[in-house]
Design a protein. Structure first.
Lengths: 233, 233
DNA sequence: CGGTTCATGTCGCAC
DNA sequence: GTGCGACGTGAACCG
């Protein structure tokens, strides 16, 4: 189920990769390569030693020395390997967009193939998690807050938690699991404005942003729009 | 400069990885592993065959069968390998946050080490590129537009292009290289509001969003705020 | 399939 | 270091 080659040379590396992917395996190549990308933007990398990962879903990743994100990548299209003399080409074409990634190897030091797992993770601590907490303890939003619905639709998009305050006013709550900036404040403002426009003209609508922290610019933005922030956890 | 082992077993794999990283190399492992992450959120993966990439900057990536993004990762902290009997642990601790990733291998099929490149890419077609085009041909924004400054500071953040319209009004331009949604419209609105507040009360301030495309919701949002959209490219 | 939002987003840059 | 916005963002969810 797992195979590998050391210093396979261009031709054997190409055959190895082609065969392995034909068997539904993931392929990993290590070698000297350069990349070019054209489509949504143009980007190219000079020759250098990198690792290429070609997954069963035809995602192709090229990783260099640093960073979480690949130096080059392709996904959602078709992939072809081709050995032309002393160069190995991996050509990736995206069906819909005009995206095209080409990886040109001039040497392959190592090749490996394996059958990778595809399992869903167990997760918690996300925004959905925070929603549970707010529904279990609505006073987090404000004292006396009564939640009515989650993901209530408005013309501006869905409000995370929708309910009524102790004074009967409509309250729209936007939840963020992390420190929030101006974008989150604007998001809440869009929802509140949409509700004010949609509900009866005399309806009182408030907006509360619930998050562990907020930046200063976002705080001012909320204040300028009559919205409030409620820290959590 | 490149090394590899097939079916090294736990102990040899641990020593191999440790040595290679000590020499400043990147390490790639393929084997049966499970992961747990705790910190900004909690997330765990069941045991399965995956590939782990441990980069010279101590970024650790765990990739499964699908997707551009890793199934688990860590970066910006310290990494330690440890072999305890029949299990190999890769423990990653982030210095600042409480982030901690643990990868537990119960088998290692392949190990490879190499000295990866770290080159900056050549890029074009980005937002900076669009700015050049607008400055070269300001009529893209609106007929008679005269750019004055780029990245002009406002209390809400920097305006991409700042200038005057044919009528003498202040014009704030927000550039996007791709299809824009409500967030971009709100961003422009924040800048325009900040300018209206900062400039003389009688100053006429307009806002123009320049992008290849716009969603319907964003278009309505612009209209509701008296802002305009100008398609490009 | 398109639109919108979430993400352990990551990454770069300026203050 | 923090804040802010771009990114070939990717990925899920919902109409």
């Amino acid at each position: 189920m797992t195979r590998a080659l050391s210093s396979p040379g261009i031709d054997r590396a190409a055959a190895f990769a082609s065969d392995a992917r034909g068997d539904g395996l993931a392929v990993s190549l290590v070698g000297e390569c350069a990349t070019t990308f054209e489509g949504r933007a143009e980007r190219s990398l000079p020759a250098g030693v990198r690792t290429l990962l070609w997954k069963p879903d035809d995602t192709v990743l090229v990783h260099g020395a640093t960073g979480r994100d690949p130096d080059a990548w392709a996904s959602g299209g078709s992939v072809a390997v081709e050995a032309t003399g002393d160069e190995l080409f991996v050509r990736c074409d995206s069906g819909d967009a005009a995206d095209a990634l080409t990886v040109r190897f001039t040497a392959v030091q190592h090749a490996a193939a394996f059958d990778p797992a595809d399992d869903d993770p167990e997760a918690s601590g996300t925004e959905a998690d925070l929603k549970e907490r707010v529904l279990a303890d609505p006073d987090i939003v404000e004292p006396g807050f009564q939640p009515r619905t989650t993901e209530r639709e408005t013309p501006a998009g869905p409000v995370d938690v929708y309910g009524r305050g102790r004074d009967g006013a409509v309250v729209a709550v936007e939840l963020k699991a992390r420190r929030v900036g101006p974008a989150a404040a604007s998001q809440l403002e869009r929802y509140v404005n949409a509700l004010r426009r949609d509900l009866h003209a005399d309806a009182d609508v408030r907006g509360v942003l619930v998050a562990p922290e907020i930046t200063e610019k976002a705080r001012r933005l909320l204040a300028a729009n009559g919205l409030s922030f409620s820290p959590v956890e």
